[in-house]
Design a protein. Structure first.
Length: 319
């Protein structure tokens, strides 16, 4: 709108308000009724301006920017950033619910037992899903699966140990530092490659805005969870911190597997297989296996289902 139209609208607005003031004096209207009349008038005026504004013409995106589908419905392909963010948020929510279930189950089972049963459920679910979707167990990148499995399962064992010995908010905060560690690792790798004059995948971490967003997100986690420590919990605190570091390493491996085109089902299967082996060994070293109760079995089933669903989302989010 031009300046003359703005002046006319402003004069019309002032004239309307003067009329409302006169109505208030003549009819003894309250101040609240006056404000209500003014608000209704402004809303009608704004709606009229929006309706009269020309709509921009739609321009389809260039072919180079259009989303492409991956080969096969189960392969991990390129996805819009919004979809990846939604997958990551969903996985984070499922992990949070799993953490609460792990805290409740830690009074009945050792961390190794929880890791083992959690992984058994995930492995069985992925075998059935891979068979149904026709995905082979053999992988062209077994080394990536091995490194992702070892780092991820050790981080998982440490995290469950921290959950058993710390307040849940504190353990969740320490593990949530994994995103900060991912940024640190990637940024260090980018700087190292720049010194060598080679290329590296920076995942956007080279952008200062991304680093600021990560730090702001972690600050929000701290403010919400409000972690606390007791004097005799420092060892479990270090265990939780180590779980966050190794989880960051594992997430980088998940990202590498996604870029390699590995199906999410295969990624979760090999991770679960590693979890069964490590979890069983940890349980034996930690005093053996515990007796089951209906409540314990229900908690273990919930942990396995939540963890499997969350792990299945991760490769797609990091692809």
């Amino acid at each position: 709108m031009d300046s003359q139209a703005d002046v006319a609208n402003a004069w019309f607005d002032m004239g309307r308000i003067k009329q409302l003031v006169k109505l208030m004096k003549d009819n003894d209207l309250s101040e609240i009724e006056l404000e209500w009349e003014k608000s209704r008038f402004r809303l009608r005026r704004g709606a009229a301006m929006i309706a009269s504004a020309p709509m921009p013409a739609y321009a389809p995106p260039p072919a180079a920017l259009a989303p492409t589908s991956s080969a096969g419905s189960s392969a991990i392909g390129a996805r819009p950033a919004l979809a990846a963010s939604a997958l990551m948020v969903g996985a984070t929510g499922l992990f949070a619910l799993m953490g609460a279930a792990v805290k409740a189950a830690s009074t009945l089972y050792t961390p190794g037992e929880i890791v083992m049963v959690r992984s058994v459920i995930g492995m069985v679910a992925m075998v059935l899903l891979m068979r149904w979707r026709g995905i082979a167990l053999a992988s062209p990148v077994p080394g990536l699966h091995l490194w992702r499995g070892v780092s991820g399962v050790v981080a998982l064992c440490l995290w469950f140990t921290a959950i058993a010995g710390l307040p849940l908010g504190t353990a969740m905060t320490l593990n949530s530092m994994s995103s900060v560690w991912v940024a640190v690792f990637v940024l260090a790798g980018v700087l190292l490659h720049r010194r060598r004059g080679t290329q590296a995948v920076d995942h956007g971490v080279g952008d200062g805005r991304m680093v600021a967003a990560l730090l702001a997100g972690f600050t929000g986690v701290v403010l919400v969870l409000q972690p606390t420590f007791a004097q005799d919990q420092w060892l479990h605190g270090l265990v939780g911190l180590a779980s966050g570091v190794l989880a960051g390493v594992a997430y980088l491996q998940v990202s590498a597997l996604g870029r390699a085109g590995e199906p999410g089902e295969r990624v979760v299967f090999y991770f679960s297989l590693t979890g069964v082996l490590f979890g069983a060994a940890y349980a034996v070293l930690d005093g053996g296996f515990s007796a089951h109760t209906p409540r314990g079995l229900l908690l273990l089933a919930a942990i396995g289902a939540l963890a499997t669903a969350a792990q299945w989302k991760l490769p797609r989010a990091f692809a």
